[in-house]
Design a protein around this ligand. Structure first.
Ligand code: PLP
Length: 427
């Protein structure tokens, strides 16, 4: 099919009539579908149900160091969980600190600590004469932007390229402005594009020369082992060791969790960083808690055993997720390919497909899909302050609906894209 922009006004109006007819038909099906949040499906959650059997009333609940996990204590996490999460984060055990059930919570706490107490002895960010700033690669994760917005941190958009953030811009800004204190990064199978950072990008991060001594890279490796394919996986360089080699050991905070490995909201979260950064975090944590949930840590280690166990488990997730991604991509390819009214990512892992509509169309497309009962992530959510300057990006989350629901939802989505795009071209 030729591109919509090449069609005459009459051809477009004819196409619009036909699409409106189809749209009415899907509306009559009274669908109620949700492609908005990156939640695992029930089938994926079932994969981890065995975790509920590895600890019961007859289990030995003592960890490797002899501590009874039913009681208070062990601030850093039990040794076997430290080993598992250190391996998952690709760092030595001395560089890992186990937290509670959510990495987002650790990120929030880390920013809160910097605001109130400062980073490694530097002036607390909230006590500076001007608001601090964060760089935000876009499109990105709405909840990252939510944290920095909550604390009144000014956010600066940086384009996310297929290789990672625009590093010319990052280097220029970070080295010249001491009020820039951080950058949000999802380096692997990023939310929402699914892209992974190139080796050059990681090395340029490791060699940054920030104007602020308390600048930190917030490296959220939420999708580190979340591949869709066995034989075609992204591999990224490990940033903490690259920072050490570059003489910048304190530059990065790495965040990780088992949310989308075991149970979201009931997993284990951890931070990996230099010993100086971890000591700084511990000073705060000492007042925050008498220890995190060690029974959950024990359950996870007894269930997965080691990284081999985790990788095997992730293959089962992939077997459920892969057909869903492929179903959505095949509808996009078949229905929108060649029309030149949108482009989309083809992730090899993670939880999202990123769709870029013609400028000025994203909000209208999301609203149109809603008219036919399909909920998409709010347009603009992938940008700081919910403002996509181009009104173009839409995040598609294919994980939660069943394959049949997804086929119906994708059909509504492409109809919405076509109808809104025709109106835009005819404007
Ligand atoms: N980081 C990213 C990039 C995510 O996409 C998500 C969930 O969608 C999270 C963090 C949430 O992680 P957690 O469940 O560990 O808080």
């Amino acid at each position: 099919m030729s591109g919509y922009k090449e069609m005459s006004k009459e051809q477009l109006l004819h196409e619009k009539d036909m699409l409106e007819q189809k749209f009415k038909e899907v509306q009559d099906r009274n669908l109620k579908l949700d492609m908005s949040r990156g939640k695992p499906s029930a089938a994926q959650l079932n994969l981890s149900n065995g975790m509920m059997d590895v600890l019961n009333s007859t289990s030995d609940m003592v960890c490797e160091s002899g501590v009874d996990c039913r009681n208070y204590g062990v601030m850093d996490g039990i040794p076997e969980a430290r080993k598992l999460l250190a391996d998952m984060s690709e760092v030595p055990e001395k560089n890992i600190l186990i937290y509670g059930n959510s990495s987002l919570n650790v990120m929030f706490d880390t920013v809160a600590r910097a605001m109130v107490m400062g980073v490694c002895g530097h002036t607390p960010w909230s006590k500076l004469d001007k608001p601090v700033k964060f760089l935000c690669p876009v499109p990105g994760y709405d909840r990252h932007f939510g944290i920095t917005e909550f604390f009144g941190i000014e956010m600066i958009n940086v384009p996310l390229l297929p290789t990672g953030p625009d590093m010319d811009m990052v280097e220029e800004l970070v080295s010249s402005d001491p009020y820039i204190k951080g950058i949000w990064c999802v380096p692997k199978y990023s939310n929402p594009t699914g892209n992974s950072y190139s080796d050059e990008t990681v090395l340029r991060f490791a060699h940054l020369k920030p104007a602020a001594p308390d600048f930190r890279i917030f490296w959220d490796n939420a999708y580190s082992i979340h591949h869709l394919y066995d034989d075609d996986q992204d591999v990224i360089l490990e940033l903490l060791s690259e920072c050490e080699k570059a003489g910048n050991p304190d530059l990065v905070y790495k965040f990780i969790s088992t949310s989308k490995v075991s149970f979201p909201g009931s997993g284990i979260a951890a931070m990996a960083a230099s010993e100086a950064n971890l000591a700084d975090a511990r000073r705060y944590m000492n007042y925050q808690t008498i220890g995190h949930d060690k029974l959950n840590q024990l359950r996870h280690v007894r269930f997965f055993k080691d990284m081999d166990g985790m990788h095997e488990h992730m293959k089962k997730h992939a077997a459920i997720l892969r057909p869903k991604f492929e179903a959505v991509l095949s509808v996009l390819d078949k229905e929108l390919g060649g029309l030149e009214i949108g482009s989309w990512s083809r992730p090899k892992g993670g939880y999202f497909i990123s769709f870029d509509a013609m400028p000025g169309c994203a909000k209208a497309i999301v609203a149109k899909a809603k008219e036919a009962g399909v909920i998409m992530t709010k347009a603009g959510a992938t940008y700081p302050y919910g403002k996509d300057p181009q009104d173009s990006n839409i995040r598609i989350a294919p994980s939660f609906p069943t394959p049949e629901e997804l086929a119906a939802a994708a059909e509504v989505f492409v109809l919405s894209v076509k109808l809104v795009s025709i109106d835009k071209i005819l404007e």
